[in-house]
Design a protein around this ligand. Structure first.
Ligand code: SF4
Length: 705
């Protein structure tokens, strides 16, 4: 994969299809022999790729590729159909559901892999072509807690409010609930540079991950105890006079209530709640409190909880009390996960949102977007159901009866996955647009084969808020259409074609710029030409002569007072704690060689060789208690269901915790186990902690997929 391309065509500069690091890469050659090289001119990854990126071309000409629409026949079998048949049937089913049950009976479910143009048009399709409030996306399962916390504390949600290039200059970094050494390895060059500069890394994680192994200090907390840990660190900082009083007075509000709250989080108590020794807590607090520059970063391990917003707010309190936010090489940020997890949450595929990160219940926002779309404001629906609630209500009274899914494999990625599968089966109609027959597509009445990452152009917004251009490198195979073509064709059939007369993604982006103008995520000044010339433009960028905004908060915060806001946070236990029946904690996450629901990566030979099956990480002492050995198949069971895993013994995990990756479906699906308890604000499910028991396979349970 690394040799120079032999194609006569010059390689096309594009970006990786997977995570939010959005590595720059070059793709050369025809689809069947496409060759990927790292793009060393793109400043973010500087030519580095991980194994997922190096092997991404394998999906383009994969034999599993869907090349014709499929429609379920009278015998219940998916058979090839023409595009007209598939689109007509989809439009008819959406219309019929609405005629019978009302407008909200049609629903749309999107994904964090969609380009900004696709996410924007999906939102417009739902609100304008269908007139439904029911649209949400799988990013709700990814970024929503940090997003909600950022909005509450800073008045804006941009994952990193500073460029990655600031990381090497931070003296101390506390990273809570992230394992980028496996999930986005090229980012580690920034942490390595930080270490080479004499910097220190503190990792908060129940596991001694690859990232934790590189840290100066590892706080191995009990899953679900992040808020107590952050409060405990702040308690020590206050006690030892290490907070930035001047910053708190000049740039923030609400600290006194936080000070009162953290007063009760004395170290002995926090050690009891979190399992982290007091000496480690004091050392972490002192490292942070004595550094001239420092960062507090969170990722899904801290955020995917029924207390996810509170957890993120507690870490933000820490950053604010230290006076970090808006200062050079300092601040709070979250590491976005999905490829376009950032842009995908800005332009209207969330249930409560219009383009530009506008609120759908804000009259001024509604007026602006309705004017751009050329419709009366009262035609815009209001807020709809969040992702899990939308899925939970499928086929039920008051719920969605006909659903279009784009770029999402919810049967694998949603919590309580078997229940979600049952709800999908209860629909009157399901259409899925995908390029492989994913577990979700297998349930569909109509499957629409769409183009992949390298086959269509568009913009993505990486974890820094840098808007980048993903250029089309090869043409889609015959029989395949782009998501934009599918949406425009469906809108035409729904009688709204005049609002969807887009020839290409550039025209969609031009409208997106106008729709986002004046919003929080303002893209008005960003053009394809500027992105190409500047290797990306940071939003907000309100005018073409505006330089873009790599660093936020240097002058103030976009809150009514211009100050950042503290929020007192009280630790609350997870929605489900271990007991006699389910005596261990279960936590979930990703592994290096697989990505999200695995629809793509499980089909890549090299990645399957590296990670062929899900391994349950168990501490050797726990294994002894249960009579388990390395390589043995076990069933993990929770109150939601059971799934099969192979045991991997590791002293790196807590004795009271089992870790499983979530990239597999069927009886290997970790999300059969996870708890759909939702955060009250972000509606984030509690993926990261629930109570589990281990059953040896001879005790019964599933064995094979
Ligand atoms: Fe880069 Fe992420 Fe792709 Fe790996 S998966 S190559 S880190 S963008």
């Amino acid at each position: 994969m690394h040799s120079a391309p032999r194609s006569e065509q010059p390689p096309t500069a594009t970006h990786c299809p997977y995570c939010a690091f959005q590595c720059g890469m070059r793709l050369a050659g025809p689809r069947e022999q496409a060759v990927i090289t790292g793009n060393d001119l793109f400043p973010v990854n500087q030519g580095a790729l991980c194994i997922k990126g190096w092997t991404a071309a394998a999906t383009l000409a994969h034999p599993d590729r869907l090349l014709t629409p499929l429609a379920r026949n009278a015998r219940g079998v998916l058979v090839p159909a023409t595009w007209d048949e598939a689109l007509d049937r989809t439009a008819r089913a959406l219309r019929e559901a609405q005629a019978r049950y009302g407008r909200d009976a049609a629903g749309v479910f999107g994904g964090g892999a969609l380009t900004n143009e696709q996410a924007y048009l999906l939102g417009k399709f739902a609100r304008l072509a269908l007139g439904t409030s029911n649209i949400d996306y799988n990013g709700r399962f990814c970024m929503s807690s940090a997003a909600a916390a950022g909005l509450r504390a800073f008045g804006i949600d941009r994952g990193l409010p500073f460029p990655l290039g600031d990381i090497p200059h931070a003296e101390v970094i506390l990273l809570a609930g992230g394992n980028p050494a496996e999930t986005m390895p090229p980012i580690m060059q920034y942490f390595a540079a930080q270490r080479a500069n004499g910097g220190q890394l503190i990792v908060v994680d129940p596991r001694r991950t690859s990232t934790a192994q590189e840290a100066a200090l590892h706080l191995r907390l009990i899953p679900g105890s992040d808020a107590a840990l952050a409060n405990g660190l702040l308690h020590i900082l206050v006690r030892d006079g290490l907070i930035d009083q001047e910053y708190i007075r000049a740039r923030t509000e609400g600290f006194e209530r936080v000070r009162a709250e953290v007063a009760t989080y004395w170290p002995e108590r926090v050690e009891r709640i979190t399992g982290v020794p007091e000496a480690h807590l004091v050392r972490a607090a002192h490292l942070l409190g004595t550094a001239r520059t420092a960062m507090v970063l969170t990722a899904r391990g801290a955020e995917q909880h029924a207390q996810g917003v509170n957890n993120a707010l507690a870490y933000i309190n820490l950053a604010l009390a230290l006076g970090l936010v808006g200062k050079p090489a300092s601040g709070y940020g979250c590491l976005t996960g999905q490829g376009n997890g950032q842009g995908g949450r800005e332009h209207g595929q969330k249930a409560d949102q219009l383009p530009g990160y506008r609120r759908i219940d804000d009259p001024a926002a509604r007026r602006h977007v309705a004017a751009v779309w050329g419709i009366p404001e009262d035609q815009l629906p209001g807020p709809g159901s969040s992702a899990y609630e939308l899925l939970d209500g499928l086929g039920q009274e008051g719920g969605v009866r006909a659903l279009l899914v784009m770029a999402s494999n919810v049967v694998v990625s949603a919590p309580h996955a078997q229940h979600v599968e049952e709800r999908l089966r209860a629909l009157d109609f399901l259409a899925v647009a995908d390029f492989f027959l994913s577990e979700t597509a297998q349930l569909a009445d109509v499957v629409l084969p769409v183009a992949q990452w390298a086959e269509e152009g568009g913009t993505m917004t990486n974890l820094e808020g840098r808007v980048i251009l993903r250029q089309r490198a090869v043409a889609p195979p015959p029989g395949v259409r782009t998501d934009l073509e599918v949406l425009c064709a469906l809108a035409e059939r729904l009688g709204k074609g005049q609002f969807f007369a887009f020839a290409d993604e550039r025209q969609v982006f031009e409208e997106l710029r106008r729709a986002s103008a004046g919003g929080v995520a303002d893209y008005a000044g960003i053009t394809y030409e500027r992105i190409a010339a500047q290797q990306g433009v940071f939003w907000p960028c309100p005018a073409e002569d505006h330089p873009g905004t790599p660093r936020l908060f240097a002058e103030g915060f976009p809150t009514p007072s211009g100050r950042a806001r503290f929020h007192p946070v009280r630790h609350q236990p997870p929605a489900e704690e271990p007991d006699a029946s389910y005596p261990l904690y279960l936590t979930t996450g990703r592994v290096l060689a697989q990505y999200q629901s695995g629809t793509q990566t499980r089909r890549v030979d090299r990645l399957r060789e590296l990670a062929p099956e899900p391994l349950a990480e168990v501490h050797p002492a726990t294994a002894r208690r249960y009579g388990l050995r390395e390589g043995q198949t076990v069933t993990l069971r929770t109150r939601r269901g059971a799934a099969a895993f192979t045991v991997k013994l590791t002293a790196g995990i807590r004795e009271d915790t089992v870790f499983v990756p979530f990239h597999w479906g069927g009886v290997l699906a970790a999300n059969r186990l996870t708890n759909p308890a939702l955060d009250p604000t972000s509606r984030m499910p509690e993926f990261k902690v629930c109570a589990v028991r281990i059953e040896r396979t001879e005790d019964g349970g599933p064995r094979t997929e």
